[in-house]
Design a protein around this ligand. Structure first.
Ligand code: BDR
Ligand code: CA
Length: 311
C-alpha cells in the first residue's frame, strides 16, 4: 500500500476523506492524521479527527495536533459552512483516545524521514500551515516526499473572495511556500471539486448502507449541503477533500493539466488566489498537476463501496 499522511481540518468533507482512506487499507497505509486550525479552531478539528478514527474502527491511529494559527495572520474559520463543532449534523461518541504528544510538524518530519525517500505522500485538505512549517524546519524533507496531493485553490473563481479559495485564503504564505517547495503537487481546486456534489439522492444512498458510518455520514452531509444549496444554488455540498483520496485510489476518475501555479500573497484583493498558468503564457516550468474534470458518478460508486466496508 501507498503510505500517506492526512493533514486536515475536519470539517465534514475532510471527514469523508478520512473515512475513505481508512476504508482502503489494502491500497493506502495511513500513517497518521495531523490537524491544523481551519474550518474550526484546532481543538475542535483534533477532537473531530479522533472521533472519526474511532468511527472507522481505528481508535489506534495516531492523531497529532498541529498549528492553530496561520503563519502571518489571524485564523479565519468557516462555521457558517461546517457548524460550530466543524462536524455539525452528527453526534459522535466522545473520543476514545487522546492526541499524541508530539506536534504535527514534528510528526510529519519524523514519519517521512524514517521511511525510504520518495515513499510518503502528503494529503493536505486544510490550510497548508503544518506542511510549510515542516519544510522550514527540516530542509531535507521536501526531497524525500513522493508527492503532495492537496485540496485547495481554484483555476477560476474563489469561494471566500472572488479570487481565493478557503484553504489558500486562510494561509496564503504557507500555500506559496508549498508551491515553491519543488515537491510534485497534484491540486484539486474548486473547478473540479464543484463537480462532485452530494445531492439528496446520494445522501439517501449513503444512509441506506445501513451501517454506523453510513448513518453518521448521511447526517453530517445533510447539514453540510444546506450551505452550498442556499448560498450558491448547488444541487448539494461539494465533496472537495475526498477528491484527494479518490484520486489516489482511482486516478482515472479525474483529469487535468500540468502547469505552473503561483500563489498571490501580495495584492489586497487577490490574497490567497492561485494563479494557474493553464495556457503556459509565462513559460514558467510546471509545478503542479491541476485537475479540472471529475467523473462524479464513478466517484460516488467508489464512495458507497468504501463506506459500506466500515463498521
Ligand atoms: C475547502 O475549505 C474547507 O471548508 C473544506 O473542508 C475544503 O477543504 C474548500 O474550499
Ligand atoms: Ca478541509
Amino acid at each position: 500500500p501507498r503510505a500517506i499522511i492526512l493533514d486536515c481540518d475536519p470539517g465534514q468533507d475532510d471527514a469523508v476523506a478520512i473515512l475513505m482512506a481508512l476504508a482502503s487499507p489494502e491500497a493506502l497505509e495511513t500513517l497518521a492524521i495531523t490537524t491544523v486550525g481551519g474550518n474550526v479552531p484546532l481543538e475542535k478539528v483534533t477532537r473531530n479527527a479522533l472521533q472519526l478514527a474511532a468511527l472507522a474502527g481505528r481508535p489506534d491511529l495516531p492523531v497529532h495536533a498541529g498549528c492553530g494559527k496561520p503563519l502571518l495572520q489571524p485564523l479565519v474559520t468557516a462555521e457558517e459552512v461546517h457548524g460550530e463543532s466543524g462536524l455539525n449534523g452528527v453526534e459522535l461518541p466522545p473520543p476514545a483516545s487522546t492526541p499524541r504528544t508530539s506536534h504535527a510538524v514534528d510528526a510529519i518530519i519524523e514519519l517521512v524521514m524514517a521511511r525510504p525517500a520518495g515513499t510518503v505522500t502528503l494529503c493536505p485538505t486544510g490550510p497548508l500551515t503544518n506542511i510549510a512549517l515542516a519544510f522550514a524546519r527540516e530542509p531535507a524533507l521536501a526531497a524525500r516526499i513522493r508527492e503532495i496531493v492537496l485540496m485547495g485553490g481554484a483555476r477560476d473563481l474563489g469561494n471566500v473572495t472572488p479570487a481565493a479559495e478557503f484553504n489558500f485564503y486562510v494561509d496564503p504564505e504557507a500555500a506559496r511556500l508549498v508551491f515553491e517547495s519543488g515537491v510534485p503537487i497534484t491540486m484539486f481546486g474548486l473547478d473540479v471539486t464543484h463537480q462532485v456534489l452530494v445531492t439528496e439522492e446520494r445522501v439517501a444512498r449513503i444512509r441506506g448502507l445501513g451501517n454506523r458510518a453510513g448513518e453518521a455520514v448521511a447526517g453530517f452531509l445533510d447539514f453540510y449541503s444546506r450551505h452550498d444549496r442556499e448560498r450558491y444554488g448547488f444541487a448539494g455540498g461539494p465533496l472537495h477533500d475526498p477528491c484527494v483520496i479518490a484520486h489516489l485510489l482511482r486516478p482515472a476518475l479525474f483529469s487535468g493539466r500540468s502547469c505552473h501555479v503561483a500563489i498571490d500573497t501580495e495584492s489586497r484583493l487577490g490574497r490567497g488566489r492561485s494563479l494557474v498558468d493553464w495556457w503556459s503564457v509565462t513559460g514558467a516550468v510546471p509545478n503542479a498537476m491541476v485537475m479540472d474534470q471529475a467523473d462524479a458518478t464513478g466517484f460516488f460508486e467508489l464512495l458507497y463501496k468504501l463506506l459500506g466496508r466500515l463498521p
